[in-house]
Design a protein around this ligand. Structure first.
Ligand code: HEC
Length: 126
């Protein structure tokens, strides 16, 4: 029994940091992923950068389809009634076309951890 107890304590001690790491998003990884998958269309600077997609500064807290300088939003996104909380972004980015049928946003992030990292990075864009 005491052997089992010791084993249990060891396993718990080993698992705890891993669980914490999983719960805490990695903003640097989110940024690197964004630079690979998203930055070709979305600017994260106040001026300049690509214009294929809307500028994402301040996206968390913004109404979907409301970036004033972006002229080519789909009706679907404008009419979605969404406001970009972290939770809403997380759901959208799994598969934008499924969450908002008719959206022009093409990129999907199916992996839960990677997506959480990207959303955490988006929340830093202010
Ligand atoms: C090929 C260009 C392209 C790529 C790559 C792309 N997007 Fe988009 N994105 C768009 C377009 C265009 C829209 C506007 C969609 C619409 O109006 O339906 C959009 C919209 C969005 C929105 C909603 C913004 C708003 O103002 O409501 C978010 C958030 C977003 N993209 C995040 C991302 C992320 C994160 C990635 C990378 C995983 C990414 N996008 C990759 C083109 C792109």
């Amino acid at each position: 029994m005491s052997g089992f107890r010791r084993l249990f304590v060891m396993v718990a001690a080993m698992a705890a940091p891993a669980l914490c790491a999983a719960a805490k998003p990695d903003i640097e990884n989110g940024k690197a992923t964004f630079n690979t998958m998203c930055s070709v269309c979305h600017s994260t600077q106040k001026t300049g950068g690509p214009i294929e997609g809307p500028n994402l500064i301040g996206v968390v807290g913004r109404k979907a389809g409301s970036q004033p300088e972006f002229p080519r939003y789909s009706q679907a996104l404008k009419a979605s009634g969404l406001t970009w909380s972290k939770k809403a972004l997380n759901k959208f980015l799994v598969n934008p076309g499924e969450k908002v049928p008719g959206t022009f946003m093409p990129m999907q992030i199916p992996d839960d951890k990677t997506r959480a990292d990207v959303v955490a990075y988006l929340a830093t864009l202010k």
